[in-house]
Design a protein around this ligand. Structure first.
Ligand code: NAD
Length: 328
């Protein structure tokens, strides 16, 4: 099958491209390299069944051209990361709303199955243990830039749902919870690569807030096969599906585990959200998914532990991105 992947040079996108090529497909990627890197695609550069177009999902004609003839479209391109959303709010909104509309519209017109990346941010401040896809959203003021990412992704979900009902678009929405692993960068506010970068540099790990916040981290190599299976599961079309780990950890505990696995002598230091993100930032006390739907549809059961993830991120930063580590 010919497959179109937006955000192909990104963290999840590059792992997905490798999986699709291994599956025997022809893959064309699109990326504007804003947070993605060509280095992420090093393993597939020159592959006879892969091509990357450098450009933006805001270019409707380019999106249309790349969608033509594709059986599936995986839409991962987005403005991502707390610092990106804080510093370039308007650009991020445009990308995440208008860019997505171009991709959704093209998939519908060309009859491709669409797999669209959404986010656990959709649930906002809902602290329920085991968030289900039909749970309520608890979102802060739209005038706080932090929530603009969740607002945009929610509009995307509504748009996809409406295209499904009014234009017959076959689409599955994936709500990724914290997905981590090799190639993710800490530059834009992601906690595990940032902690690992600090540990490898012998610096104290900076915990924002109390460190009591609870998160669940899932290895990208557990997530990607489930994404591919969902694309081929008609029962998933028209649905939003959570993908993530249910192994809970506090950010303080995460820091201690990074320190003990890396052997860092730097310890931890605490910073305020005000210092890190500026005025008006709201953090979340807890974010834990219920992945029953993904398990029912695809048998999704993550097998890699937080220890595995930390080991893999350390190995990745210590080897392939050694040059980039000091630059972060
Ligand atoms: N990693 C996570 O934990 C997580 C959690 C929730 C949702 N997601 C979603 O998964 C998707 C992939 O995220 P990721 O973690 O791989 O981040 P990423 O930043 O590595 O990937 C996003 C990619 O999109 C590209 N991009 C941005 N704007 C673009 C544009 N206008 N045109 C073309 N390409 C553009 C970037 O260069 C990058 O390669 C995103 O849609 C994100 O919202 C990720």
């Amino acid at each position: 099958m010919r497959i179109f992947v937006t955000g192909a040079a990104g963290f999840i996108g590059s792992h997905l491209v490798e999986a699709l090529l291994t599956g025997g497909h022809d893959v064309v990627g699109l990326d504007d390299l804003s947070t993605g890197r060509l280095a992420n695609l090093a393993a597939v550069t020159g592959h006879p069944r892969f091509r990357l177009a450098e450009g933006s999902i805001l270019d409707a004609a380019l999106v249309d051209e790349l969608t033509a003839g594709a059986g599936q479209v995986y839409h991962l391109a987005a403005a991502v990361g707390s610092f990106v959303i804080r510093d370039r709010t308007l650009d991020a909104l445009r990308t995440n709303v208008h860019g997505t509309e171009h991709v959704v519209d093209a998939a519908a017109r060309h009859g491709a199955v669409l797999v669209a990346a959404s986010t656990s941010e959709i649930y906002g401040k809902n602290t329920k243990i085991g968030l289900r896809e039909d749970d309520d959203r608890v979102i802060g003021s739209p005038l706080k830039s932090r929530w603009s990412y969740a607002e945009a992704k929610a509009i995307d979900e509504s748009l996809i749902d409406a295209y499904g009902r009014e234009h017959g678009l076959r689409a599955v929405i994936i709500r990724f919870f914290n997905t981590v692993g090799p190639r993710q960068t800490g530059r834009y506010g992601m906690v595990i690569p940032r902690f690992v970068r600090q540990a490898l540099a012998g610096e104290p790990l900076t915990i924002f807030g109390t460190g009591d916040q609870i998160r669940c981290f899932c290895h990208v190599q557990d997530v990607v096969p489930a994404v591919v299976r969902l694309a081929a599961t008609p029962a998933a079309y028209g649905k939003a599906v959570n993908l993530g780990s249910t192994e809970q950890t506090t950010i303080g505990n995460l820091a201690q585990r990074v320190i003990s696995i890396s052997g860092s002598a730097g310890g931890v230091t605490y910073g305020s959200y005000l210092d890190a993100y500026g005025p008006g930032y709201e953090d979340l006390q807890r974010r834990v998914p219920d992945c029953t739907l993904a398990r029912t549809l695809t048998g999704f059961t993550p097998s890699r532990t937080l220890e595995d993830i930390i080991h893999d991120v350390i190995r990745d930063q210590a080897t392939s991105h050694a040059g980039a580590v000091t630059a972060l």
